[in-house]
Design a protein around this ligand. Sequence first.
Ligand SMILES: *[C@@H]1O[C@H](CO)[C@@H](O)[C@H](O)[C@H]1NC(C)=O
Length: 503
Amino acid sequence: MGVWFNFFVATFAAIGSFLFGYDSGIIGSVISPNFKQFHIYFKDPNDNTLGAVVSTFAGGCFFGAMAAGWLADRVGRKRTIQIGSLVAVFGTALQTGARNIGMLMGGRVVAGLAVGVLSMIVPLYQSEISPPHLRGFLTGMTQFMIGLGFFVANWVGYGCQYLDNDAQWRVPLGIQIIPAILLFLGMFGLPFSPRWLIEKGRNEEALAVVHLLHDNATNSEFIESEFNKMLEQIKYEKSHMSSKISDLWATKPMLKRTLTGMAVQICTQFTGINVSTYFQPSLYAALGYSGNTILLITGINGALGQVVTLVFIYFILDRVGRRLPLIVGAFGMAACLSIEAAINARFPGETSTNKSAQQAGVAFIILFGSLFFSTSFGPVSWVYQSEIFPMRIRAIGTSVSTMSNWAINVMISQISPLGLNRLGWKFYLVFICTNLANALIVIFFFPETKGKTLEEMDAVFGDQVIDHAAEANYNKKVGLDEKEESIENVENVRDVQDVERTT
Ligand SMILES: *[C@@H]1O[C@H](CO)[C@@H](O)[C@H](O)[C@H]1NC(C)=O
């Protein structure tokens, strides 16, 4: 079956990412002033309460991402996705049936837990089932589906505002249950991650999965070498190393991986993308637009971003790699924001009638998100965090990276309304600086990971080097010749495996 089936599995799992996007997006519509029935039913909740409805969700996501790190190793990637989707069903039911604002908030927290789990586990699963030359594309589907979920949520919200009873808000919230149930049931038919199977000693099943996903009838050599690498690496890790949280910083290379994973997510939040998407209407308003025009521009921007993301992950990410797009994206975003700041300073919407300046202002908001973000941190953050850790702590490491995303997300979403109100266009300056800082961080600290197998990442981060040095020291102490001994060690590992494979 090979590559098509592999694509199908990666995309199906990304229904979890669709939920992520839809859940994050839909609440903005539901609590907006257009949803009169919502405000009537909940007796005019004040801004603080509405703020809490939004931020409790992100809080839930933080803890969900934490739990996923623990679950992913114990019950496996596939079952963790199923647990996430079940929790989402439960959270959706609570929201849809809410009788008071407390119950709604409870539902948001539960859905947040689910989205937190899914946000971490889906790209990890995709990354572990992908062949190295397609990993960027298949894991990048996460970002495509997040964007799709957000896009759909906007239009569902647009449509439902015209309903004139409870259904106005119960329907858009209730719709979340469809992808959640589909994901839960569908995952029964999809394979376990081959790497997790090996970790559990289920090697034959793992080999069958690798064939199922990567075999195109002409690549038996590749399959054999890929599978052997997984086997050797995971066995070696299991017998020589631990998998504790403290391993995240136990050695210098490990610390580097952990910081890189966290950094890619933190930088993503500091691009300012979520601020720009959530406050898009007010950004356009500041440029002098209103009503349906704003809606139209937002819709076009969303659709364009989806197309660009797809083109990028399919044609570019696995060829050009991760570093260059991140660097170009960061500079591009800084440039867009600089121009945006200048336009807003010189031609503010309330006073200026300079149409072309305002159109340029809109164009650069669109370029910022749909071009530069969609071809850099958007997809790359998920791909990168899922591929840089070794098996033994991949789940924990990815979990910590995703938690940093949610923590910063909460922080920025608390600060942004204040910033936008108090600073106006000067608020752009903050994100110009953070984007420039992002570019430097990538240039100086992020290694390239394109095309390598997950098992080769050790070398990318200089881990193997350290291990061999430790081994050499030990050998010296016990008076063995370093080189011979370490070669022998490797061969021993192979011998043991050969024996096990033939028995
Ligand atoms: C918010 O940020 C995350 C990455 O941290 C990104 O995947 C997502 O697409 C963003 N959402 C929107 C609506 O911009």
